[in-house]
Write a protein that binds this ligand. Sequence first.
Ligand SMILES: [Zn+2]
Length: 708
Amino acid sequence: MNRREFLGAAALATASVTTAPAAPNVPWYRRALRWGQTNITERDPARYDIPFWRDFWKRTAIQGVIINAGGIVAYYPSKFPLHHRAELLNGRDLYGELASAAHQDGLAVLARMDCSRAAEDFFQAHPDWFARHADGSPYRADDKYTTCVNSAYYDEYIPGILEEIIQRSHPEGFADNSWSGLTRNNICYCDNCARKFRDRASQSLPPRKNWDDPVYRRWIQWNYARRTEIWDHFNHVTRAAGGPECLWLGMNSGSITSQSNSFRDFSEIARRSEFLLLDHQSRSDATGFQQNGDTGKLVHGLLGWDKPIIESMALYQPRVAAKPTAEAQMWMVEGIAGGIGPWWHIVGAAPEDRRMFRTPERVFQWHRANDEYLTNRRPLAAVGIVWSQRNTDYFGRDDAAELVEAPYRGWTQALLRARIPYLPVNLADVGTRMDQFAALILPNLGAMEANEAEAIRVFASRGGAVIATGATSLYDEEGGARSDFALSDLFGAHAPSPDFGRRRPEQAHTYLRVSNRHAILKGLEDTDIIPFGSTLAEMRIDPGVTVPLTYVPPFPVFPPESAWMRTPKTEIPGVILKGRTAYLPAPIDALYAHSNLPDHGNLLANLVRWAAGDRIGFELQGTGLIDCHVYTQPGRTIVHLVNLTNEAAWRGPMDEFIPVGPLTMRLRTAAARSATCLVSGAKLPVIVKQGWATLEIPRVVDHEVVIL
Ligand SMILES: [Zn+2]
């Protein structure tokens, strides 16, 4: 078979996959890509119009539904007397009726639970199942009481509910909205917790939050282990009662800081789950739509690209009014571009703002027509941005937003703007994934085990480029300060003091001076200085390193007469280059996340181009802010361009699309004569020269998927 025949055969094979009915032996969690959820309020049992929603399930081409079943509120006549019935349930089995309708329509059903709290009568009957403050008073959540993860409520009561629901309606699985109990900011002092912690750690519960106390760190680890144990326990229960494919799935956040705060060990959860539910409903002004694409790639990096992720995507803003279509659609599109399956989410069964029905119909129908290109693919990127949940916990502690998230976001923002495809890489996976990348970025990655630092060193010794910032490798895996960077040999630089790292960038009127005209300063030929905005300490560097930028210390801004540099030049390095490694004492990444200065973004992008060079293999020219995702499937390359150029540039929600184009795309790929656009439907000519394919995309409205 020659290459052309092979490509033809591949195209034929995929075509037959889309037209053939799903193979019956494929489990539901591999088949159901699109989901819907009408989150049922306590009033809805009296007004739920099942035929209307069945029609909407069809119109949105969903393959699974999430239906409220039990936990805080029961939507069926439960045999457990304290299982609080929905206020207007009136003996109706609304959950059961919906589950049966969904099954008749060929949809998978996830029974929705929420085991985080219970009402007053429940608390009075089982006072030992609830979380307690140090003074013995119960933790409250509005008018309810917070259940304790270490009590029989989790060990016995909830399993009984799961079994009851399975016996009544045979759902494909369960979705638990809020399963992981109290967050990290609250220590539970109930008798169960006191006893279990003593059994495990031979110590009393920590008296208060104190990251420097080994007992507190032990408590953190003990809490993580308990959540993972709950995941296993509930899955054991559902599989025993409902068969091996009856999965219990707790919701997870798309934010690592939030996962840490909830003691959800993302790697452990991803390792043991066949399917992942994200509760990550909308963008923030700080992180933008692109954060959803990043989340998809980050979580697939843990889960693998064969297992599906779906994400609850809010159609409302606020709770019961429609989110502007452009805003809702763009969040969905970025999620899909990052490999997330769409899941529309509406609160209340009788929406009075019918505009919210528009968005999913359009996006989900497009997804159905093209899902063979949107799933079962592998991402292509020569650049990895390294993260770790332990770093969020033990380096970030209570300031992870500034110490961990901001530097990471600064890099993603710079690469997005420069149209350089990248992938998030878990630090623990660097050892097994290093051949995939030309460059690895370590954004202020303070906490690092010795063997993780060694993996980075091996990556560098095999020709990989390393770009690190701030406190990277200055702390051990529990956040204890080292006397110097574990990677100081690689950096050619030495930490000025053990507390060098765990500081937010200080606001200061400072600059960086060009001290060596290096390739990383491309575009800065007409200036000798760039803004900096924080402070830098003296730092010992090894002989032979290159220092392209040095620090200019603070001087007055006001009055203008006094705005002159008192010390125009120092030897304090802002950027240090050694071989193929760049180390930045200057927190340019975190600063870029906050102040968005093009000089900072360009410097970060230049560093990556210098480090990864030709191996980036992708270029896009033309105006606009465009997120570029590149994937491969056998015989083809898939480029997903998301047009983030919009009128809500200064703040959401977005209400109008602004088309961009023409765009010239170049990518390194095997022979391709033409390209197909999955959104516009256009067929585009492709010119291939020396292994690079070039094509022109006339126009992109919200997004475009180009198949080569
Ligand atoms: Zn407790």
